[in-house]
Write a protein that binds this ligand. Structure first.
Ligand SMILES: Cc1cc2nc3c(=O)[nH]c(=O)nc-3n(C[C@H](O)[C@H](O)[C@H](O)COP(=O)(O)OP(=O)(O)OC[C@H]3O[C@@H](n4cnc5c(N)ncnc54)[C@H](O)[C@@H]3O)c2cc1C
Ligand SMILES: NC(=O)c1ccc[n+]([C@@H]2O[C@H](COP(=O)([O-])OP(=O)(O)OC[C@H]3O[C@@H](n4cnc5c(N)ncnc54)[C@H](OP(=O)(O)O)[C@@H]3O)[C@@H](O)[C@H]2O)c1
Length: 440
């Protein structure tokens, strides 16, 4: 129980609020406390599958981008654990997720501003303060930071299927060990889907795996240099300044820059399938069927079987298959947490029901401007596709730290971007003749 008034209280301790706590650790003048419902730090434990790798550089850790002398960097973790030289010698192209998770856990054990095993239950605003009810009592704070992650997204057609036979990818690590079903369908062509297909191929109890993706093919993550410009503070600031309709269009077009499958995972899977062909030449059924461009429209139970009906976009046909189990690798969505219910009607929402976020990641509400509610991992459509990723987490935390402090503690000045995104000067109007062509 915190009796004095905090400058900031945080709900949830995933990587994003952990980064904020690590950056705020450099500003002892601020009094802060973060609450996490789990008993200890864990990073997507349900997706900690053998061989899983990071999709981002270790330099995109909790602090380095804006605070390279912080004791909470990945390099500092390596030095403390006396693995600096061996880490370099291992020459990872992509670092194992379990090592990055261990780094995050090390930071979480080192910071004194964190409380674990403590859910945030309710938040009320009155007299220029937030009153926060937790499992542990009450805290009062001038600002809030909501870092509760996203909720698993289950398609409507899966709602009537029991979770025992249709579970979400976020539970894969605990559920896959018990899978006894011979025919399993994995729905979703993102990184989670790919990693789960790879894990299912190792299970003796599974005789056939169907990988179904709505995307036209099993599409790679675009991590090339000009695409990576989308993961820079300069781009994020310009993106935030665009009108909402343009931001939504750009976000849709840029999906593979954040949500494609790592090319190393695609190569690994392709080679596994190729080797199966080598081992069993001429056999049509070698345990896996790859079905991209399929939109599942219905799932019906027939006894212990599930019949999946799909629309195939390649040849515009309807297709059905029977399986015994489904893994929903169908991604995540932002949901305003129940503990903000008392403030819900005071929060401005965009056209798709997400909170409208200011430049400094605080949401727009009708309360006092000095009481800010920062929301992390809710800004895909306001700040761009980099917002739900680790890439800019250290920078975002520094932006929030400066905002809480009311002065630039962290130097966030950037070099001009390499790409000229916006029209410079006053945008010219199209001549009527060109305007007509553009509209056609
Ligand atoms: C499997 C996986 C791997 C990923 N790998 C990468 C990667 O390599 N690179 C990259 O850039 N991005 C990656 N991402 C995307 C992103 O970086 C992660 O999703 C990241 O974990 C988001 O951090 P977060 O803090 O917002 O949420 P989370 O990690 O989900 O943490 C939220 C925390 O809030 C807690 N919580 C929720 N409600 C409450 C409450 N009421 N009270 C107290 N605590 C609460 C939860 O228990 C949880 O611990 C990955 C995503 C997934 C799903
Ligand atoms: N090792 C790692 O680093 C790692 C591991 C896992 C995840 N991640 C990251 O975490 C984030 C989430 O990844 P994710 O794979 O869980 O989710 P995701 O990238 O959002 O992919 C979800 C997939 O499910 C499909 N889908 C969603 N709703 C559907 C529906 N109703 N019917 C059929 N298909 C549907 C989507 O198709 P559409 O594209 O057509 O909507 C998409 O192919 C990503 O940024 C990812 O890179 C990283």
């Amino acid at each position: 129980m915190t009796s004095h008034v905090l400058d900031l209280a945080g709900a949830g301790i995933g990587p994003f609020n952990l980064s904020l706590a690590a950056q705020l650790d450099s500003i002892p003048a601020l009094s802060v406390r973060f609450f996490e419902r789990r008993p200890t730090f864990a990073w997507h434990p349900g997706m900690m599958l053998p061989g899983a790798e990071m999709q981002t550089s270790i330099l995109k850790d909790l602090v380095t981008a804006t605070n390279p002398t912080s004791p909470w960097s990945f390099l500092s973790y390596l030095v403390t654990h006396k693995r600096f030289y061996q880490f370099l010698n291992a020459e990872y192209e992509a670092v194992p997720r379990k090592e990055f998770a261990d780094y995050l856990g090390w930071v979480a054990r080192g910071l004194t501003s964190l409380s674990f095993g403590t859910s945030v239950r309710e938040v009320h605003a009155a007299d220029g303060l937030f009153s926060i009810a937790t499992d542990d009592g009450r805290a009062r704070a001038r600002n809030l930071s909501v870092g509760i992650g996203k909720a698993p997204s289950r398609p409507a057609w899966a709602e009537r299927l029991p979770k025992s036979i249709a579970f979400h990818s976020s539970e894969a690590a605990t559920r896959l060990g018990d899978v006894k079903a011979p025919r399993v369908a994995v729905i979703g062509g993102g990184q989670s889907g790919a990693e789960i297909v790879d894990a299912l191929l190792d299970l003796n109890a599974v005789s056939s795996v169907h990988w179904i993706s709505r995307r036209p093919n099993f599409e790679p993550l675009d991590a090339t240099p000009f695409t990576n410009e989308l993961f820079t503070p300069g781009y994020m600031e310009k993106f935030h300044g665009l009108p909402e309709d343009l931001r939504l269009i750009h976000t849709r077009r840029q999906v593979l820059a954040s949500d494609g499958v790592s090319s190393s995972t695609l190569k690994k899977l392709y080679r596994r399938l190729y080797e199966r062909k080598l081992d069993k030449p001429g056999k049509p059924e070698h345990g896996i069927s790859l079905r991209p461009y399929r939109d599942v429209v219905e799932a019906t139970r027939n006894g212990s079987e599930i019949e999946l009906t799909m629309r195939n976009g390649f040849d515009n046909s309807i297709e059905t298959i029977e399986v015994d189990m489904i893994v929903l690798a169908t991604g995540y969505r932002f949901v305003l947490p129940d503990f903000l219910q008392s403030l819900e009607s005071r929060i401005a929402l965009n056209s798709i029901g997400e909170p409208v976020l200011e430049n400094d990641f605080s949401l727009v509400w009708d309360g006092p401007s000095e009481n800010r509610i920062y929301v992390l991992n809710a800004g895909r459509h306001s700040h761009g596709i980099a917002e739900p990723q680790l890439s800019l987490a250290a920078w975002r935390s520094a932006v929030i730290a400066n905002s809480v402090l009311g002065q630039p503690f962290f130097d966030l000045g950037q070099l001009d971007p390499i790409v000229q995104w916006e029209t410079q000067g006053q945008p010219a109007a199209l001549s009527s003749h060109l305007g007509q062509e553009a509209a056609e």
